[in-house]
Design a binder for this molecule. Structure first.
Ligand code: C2E
Ligand code: CA
Ligand code: CA
Ligand code: CA
Length: 275
C-alpha cells in the first residue's frame, strides 16, 4: 500500500508539472494568437421555446491553435483573465460578433432582428472606459444598441458592486440589455436582479441537466422561471439537450432556451443554414 501511495504521489506530481508547463505554454501562445487572429467566434442560437424561432445568438469564442487544434474557452479564458489578455480578447469577440449579426440583420429584413449576447469577463466591468469601448464598437459596426446584450456572472457583481453598478447603469441607459449568467451557481443575491435591472436570467445548464431526474432541481428551475416572470425578466434555459427537457421547460412557460437539442455553437458560415 505504501508503494502504491508513493507511486500515486509521483504521478500526481508529474501531472501537476505537466499542467503547469501547459499553462505557461498557453500563456505565451495567447499573446501571439491575438496578433495572428487565431480566435474565432462561434454562435449558438437562443430560441423562443413557444414557436422555436431563433431570437438571437450567444457569441462563444474558440481558439484555433496551430498545433493543438480547437481549444475550448474553459481551457484558456481563466489564463487570459489572469494575464489580463481577456480585455483585448473580449473586445475582439464583441467587435466581430456585432459586425456579423449586423450583416445577418441587414440581409434578413423580413424577420425581426436577431439579438446578440456577448460574454464579458468580470474584469471588464471595472474598466474606466467600458461604456466608451462598447459605444465605439456599436458605432463602428452599425449594430443598434437594443440588439446587444451583455452576459455577466454573479462573480463580477460580487467583486466590486459599487464600481460595477455605475458601469451597468450607464449601459442600461444606453439601452443595452443585461443577462445574469449561470444563475444559481454562485453566491447570488436576489436583490441584484432588481438593483441592476437585469433583463435576462440564465438558468445554468447543471439544473436543466438534472431537472427531470431530481425533484429538487426541478423545483429550482420552476422557481427561477416563476421568479423571472414576477420580476418581468426573461428566463433563458441553458444546455437543453433532449426533447424531454424542452417539454418540461415549455410546460413551465420558460420563454427562451439554448442547447445542443437546437444547435451547438457554430461558425458563422454554418449558422446561415439555420435560417
Ligand atoms: P457560458 O457563458 O455559461 O456558456 C455556455 C456553455 O455551454 C458554452 O461552453 C456552450 O458551448 C455550452 N453549451 C451550450 N449548449 C450546451 C448543451 O446543450 N450541453 C452542454 N453540455 N453544453 C452546452 P463553451 O463555449 O465551452 O464556453 C465555456 C465558458 O467560457 C462560457 O460559459 C463562458 O463563461 C466562457 N466564454 C466563452 N466565450 C467567451 C468570451 O468571448 N468571453 C468571455 N469572457 N468568456 C467566454
Ligand atoms: Ca454565457
Ligand atoms: Ca452560462
Ligand atoms: Ca457556465
Amino acid at each position: 500500500a505504501k508503494t502504491l501511495g508513493r507511486g500515486r504521489y509521483e504521478i500526481f506530481n508529474a501531472t501537476m508539472r505537466e499542467r503547469v508547463r501547459l499553462i505557461q505554454q498557453l500563456e505565451s501562445d495567447l499573446q501571439r494568437a491575438l496578433e495572428r487572429n487565431e480566435f474565432q467566434v462561434y454562435y449558438q442560437p437562443i430560441v423562443n421555446l413557444s414557436n422555436r424561432e431563433i431570437n438571437g445568438f450567444e457569441a462563444l469564442v474558440r481558439w484555433n491553435h496551430p498545433e493543438r487544434g480547437l481549444v475550448s474557452p474553459g481551457d484558456f479564458i481563466p489564463i487570459a483573465e489572469e494575464t489580463g489578455l481577456i480585455t483585448l480578447l473580449d473586445w475582439k469577440v464583441m467587435r466581430d460578433a456585432c459586425q456579423q449579426v449586423y450583416r445577418w440583420n441587414e440581409n434578413l429584413k423580413n424577420r425581426p432582428p436577431f439579438v446578440l449576447s456577448v460574454n464579458l469577463s468580470a474584469r471588464q466591468f471595472i474598466q474606466a472606459n467600458l461604456v466608451e469601448q462598447i459605444t465605439k464598437i456599436l458605432n463602428d459596426t452599425g449594430l443598434e444598441r437594443q440588439y446587444l446584450k451583455i452576459e455577466m456572472t454573479e462573480t463580477a457583481l460580487l467583486e466590486n458592486p459599487e464600481g460595477v453598478a455605475e458601469s451597468i447603469s450607464q449601459l442600461k441607459s444606453l439601452g443595452i440589455g443585461l443577462s445574469l449568467d449561470d444563475f444559481g451557481t454562485g453566491y447570488s443575491s436576489l436583490s441584484y436582479l432588481h438593483r441592476f435591472s437585469v433583463d435576462n436570467l440564465k438558468i445554468d445548464l447543471s439544473f436543466v441537466r438534472s431537472m427531470n431526474s431530481e425533484p429538487q432541481s426541478f423545483e429550482i428551475v420552476r422557481t427561477m422561471i416563476v421568479l423571472a416572470h414576477a420580476l418581468n425578466i426573461y428566463a433563458i434555459a441553458e444546455g437543453i439537450e433532449t426533447p424531454d427537457q424542452l417539454n418540461t421547460l415549455q410546460h413551465l412557460n420558460c420563454p427562451l432556451g439554448q442547447g445542443y437539442y437546437f444547435s451547438p455553437p457554430l461558425p458563422a458560415e454554418n449558422i446561415k443554414t439555420l435560417f
